[in-house]
Design a protein around this ligand. Structure first.
Ligand code: C5P
Length: 229
């Protein structure tokens, strides 16, 4: 089994393209993230295939948010797919409901705190209370972990702050926004290298475009794994 600290985001158009990429990456990658964009392109079938046929670990990035009863029902349904990680928004009632839904499975519930695409102006538009984003993220992470989340999604910078919370002991921090030194940052703003993200306290890094857009995805993945040491 390869180093499962690297999770590759399969942000390709459909399950056929996802399967092809996973075949190209072969044994070098053991953990994949399937997101909302793939859901209507056969995402759950792809998750099943990668899990049962190739023995891969699967992170389903659904960022669920609804009334508790609906979240619980959705998570209970998804738990039948033998997934490893599932994301929900980090509001305590959502996290508690998701944990109920996942109760009879090994699926870990990861909480999203504040989407990294939002700035303070966006939060004002959403009527989110005053405060600097890193402080709000850290407080929301603490509340989600208190509500029972198995971990949180955090940018590399946030990871270091969240790792200092007593609530984060024994919980997972999963970090997107990671770029190998010298690669294009794309629309990611608060980035670090893979090794720095792990040094900041992340357990897993999520990397998409630097791998799937690369002309040689397998060597790109292997370079990231080498950086993890
Ligand atoms: O291509 P890139 O490496 O930027 O992909 C990162 C992945 O992590 C994408 O699937 C993106 O949707 C996801 N993500 C993120 N930032 C978050 C949460 C998820 O970039 N805060």
């Amino acid at each position: 089994m390869s180093d499962d600290r690297l999770i590759v985001a399969l942000d390709v158009p459909n399950a056929v393209a996802g399967l092809k990429l996973a075949e190209t990456l072969g044994d070098s990658v053991s953990f994949y993230k399937i997101g909302l964009g793939m859901l209507t392109g056969g995402g759950l079938a792809l998750a099943n295939e990668l899990k049962t046929e190739a023995g891969k670990r699967i992170f389903l990035d659904m960022k669920l948010f609804d009334i508790g009863a609906t979240v619980e029902a959705a998570v209970r349904g998804l738990a039948q797919f033998d997934l490893d990680f599932l994301t929900v928004h980090g509001d305590p009632h959502v996290v508690r409901a998701a944990k109920e839904g996942a109760a009879n499975s090994d699926m870990k519930i990861l909480a999203v705190t504040i989407l990294t695409s939002l700035d303070r102006g966006d939060l004002d538009d959403c009527m989110i209370r005053d405060g600097a984003i890193p402080d709000l993220v850290t407080e929301r992470a603490g509340r989600a972990l208190d509500a029972g989340a198995d971990g949180v999604i955090a940018s590399p910078q946030e990871a270091a702050l969240i790792r200092q919370l007593p609530e984060s002991t024994g919980r997972l921090i999963v970090t997107p926004g990671v770029r190998p030194a010298g690669s294009d940052s794309g629309d990611q703003k608060r980035i670090t290298t893979p090794a720095q993200a792990i040094a900041n306290g992340s357990d897993h890094i999520v990397v998409g475009r630097p791998i799937w857009q690369h002309e040689d995805p397998k060597s790109a993945a292997q370079a990231i794994l080498a950086d993890l040491g």
